[in-house]
Design a protein around this ligand. Sequence first.
Ligand code: ASP
Length: 293
Amino acid sequence: MTTMTHDFALALHGGAGVVAGRDYATTEKHLRELAEDCRNWLAEGRSALDVVEHAVEQLEISGLYVAGRGSAPNSSGYVELDASIMDGHSRAAGAVAALRDFVSPVKVARGVMEKTPHVLLAGTGAGIFAKTNQFAAVDNPAGYYTLPVGVTTDDIQDISHGTVGAAALDTSGHLAAATSTGGTFGKLEGRIGDTPLIGPGTWADDNIAISCTGTGEHIIRAGGAAAIAFRYRSGITLTDAVAEMLDEVKRLGGDAGVIAITRDGEIAMPYNSEGMKRASVSTSSALHVATFR
Ligand code: ASP
């Protein structure tokens, strides 16, 4: 029997909430190493789903981005975590919102996908699920959370948001995407953005895998990742499909960035914010890492 081996592709982002002139050398180095690691996973034949979960977990635990360990506290001073993951071929999806004090929200999101009949668990229920299923908890929140790269205590309101995400195409031709965030600094308790919402924040099907970052309220109202996927499915080019959604975000008063990979291995990583921490690599394209243009 002949085994078909498909080309693979990977895209990562560390959020669109960056400020021109800040030094992002640390996050660029981290994204480069992580993209190399994920490229090896894909070359070994690991599934896109495993790769996006692994990538987002590493981004979460690094403390370098506004997700996981680097998450933003809400207006009451504590961290609420949002994450989601979607498998394109099966359309299975899982998510958590306003989850408190677990090391890897994306792993809990995958747990929701695989161990419950639901897609999204929020708040207390998400915490009970994570605890019952023995996901690693943050035992000492006061000593765990840290300011991510590029953010200082003086300008927390300026750097109002950040997220991490991954999209991948594996050697079986399957796509997956995942996204995780601490949301926006100073958000109201219980505020949920686009990130844990399957559709706006994360989308994967057999054509395309997408993770969004940016001002969540505007991304939700512009339709986000699924709005790109549906445009692409209708025959619009990837570039135009992404640009139309980003233009809507802008028109509504926000800014955003997107990573997207198609079943053919085409990668798009546009943004209309000042920059977006990002990395990509594929069978046919060299490793690329950047923050600004
Ligand atoms: N989209 C995230 C949120 O609104 C923030 C970000 O991506 O920067 O929670």
